[in-house]
Design a protein around this ligand. Structure first.
Ligand code: HEC
Length: 226
C-alpha cells in the first residue's frame, strides 16, 4: 500500500544528484539538546505535537535542519517530493502515521539486499526522529499560498522597507499575515501549517519585531512554492 516502484529508480538518480550537490550520504547527527527528553523506549506517537507552543516550534526548527541534512536528498526540499521517494507531507498526523514514520526512520528500507533508505534510529535517536516528524507534518499543502502570491510579495516589499526604518503599519500586516496563514492547510491533517505567512506573522509580532527576517521568510517560502 505504501510501495512505489518508481522509488527504486529514483534512488539511483537522487543518490547521483546528492553526490553532485555535495550533500552527505551518511546519517548526520542532529543536536536535540533544546528539546525535552523522551522515554528510552521508542514511542508510537509524536510527543512534541501537543507539547505546547515553544516545544512545538523548537521541534520544527530542529526538525527542519535534521530533515535538510538527512532526508531532503531523497524526499525533496521542504518535504515536497519530486516523485523519487514518497511525499512525507501526507503521512497522517496521528498514531498510525507516527508508528509508520518511526518504523521507517528506525530501520530504513532494504529490498533484495539493496538499501533504499538508510536506518537512522541508532545514530540520530528518538528526539531527532520526532523533531523531523513535527517538521514534516506541519508542511503546508500545495496551493493556498500561491493564491496570495501577489499580495504576499507586496507585504514582503513593505517589510523590507520597514526593516530599513521606513514607515509601515506592523499591526495591520501582522493581522493580514495571520489571516492568510490560517487559510493554509497541512497535507497531514495537523491543525497548524508552518507556512511562510505563519513564520512571517510570528516574526513581526511581539516586542522585538524582526522585519528583515519576516521579509526573508516570505521570499524563501514563495520561491519554494514555485
Ligand atoms: C537514500 C534515499 C532516502 C533517504 C536519505 C531517506 N529516505 Fe525515506 N524513503 C526512501 C524510499 C525509497 C522510501 C520508500 C520505501 C518503500 O518503498 O516503502 C522511503 C520511505 C520513507 C517513509 C515511508 C513513507 C510512506 O509513505 O510509506 C518514511 C516515513 C521515510 N522514508 C522517512 C524518512 C526520513 C525521516 C528520512 C531522513 C531522516 C529519510 N526517510 C531519508 C528513501 C530515502
Amino acid at each position: 500500500m505504501f510501495r512505489t516502484p518508481l522509488a527504486a529508480l529514483g534512488l539511483i538518480a537522487t543518490a547521483g544528484a546528492a553526490i553532485a550537490a555535495g550533500l552527505p550520504l551518511t546519517p548526520q547527527p542532529v543536536n536535540t539538546d533544546a528539546l525535552p527528553d523522551v522515554s528510552e523506549e521508542w514511542l508510537t506517537e509524536n510527543p512534541y505535537r501537543d507539547a505546547g507552543d515553544d516545544v512545538w516550534k523548537t521541534a520544527i526548527e530542529i526538525g527542519e535542519s535534521g530533515f535538510v541534512q538527512n532526508c531532503a536528498r531523497c524526499h525533496g526540499l521542504g518535504a515536497v517530493s519530486g516523485g523519487l521517494a514518497p511525499d512525507l507531507r501526507y503521512l497522517e498526523a496521528e498514531e498510525m502515521g507516527d508508528e509508520w514514520f518511526v518504523e521507517r526512520f528506525q530501520t530504513g528500507y532494504t529490498q533484495d539486499g539493496v538499501t533504499k533508505m538508510p536506518a537512522f534510529g541508532e545514530l540520530l535517536g528518538q528526539k531527532a526522529a520526532w523533531a523531523i516528524r513535527t517538521y514534516v507534518e506541519t508542511r503546508p499543502d500545495d496551493g493556498t499560498l500561491e493564491a496570495h502570491t501577489v499580495r504576499l510579495l507586496e507585504i514582503r516589499d513593505d517589510l523590507v522597507g520597514m526593516s530599513k526604518g521606513g514607515e509601515g503599519d506592523a499591526a495591520a500586516l501582522h493581522e493580514e499575515l495571520k489571516g492568510i496563514a490560517a487559510e493554509v492547510e497541512t497535507g497531514s491533517g495537523a491543525p497548524v501549517a508552518d507556512s511562510a505567512a505563519f513564520r512571517a506573522a510570528n516574526l513581526i509580532s511581539g516586542d522585538a519585531p524582526d522585519y528583515a527576517h519576516a521579509a526573508e521568510a516570505l521570499t524563501v517560502g514563495l520561491s519554494a512554492a514555485h
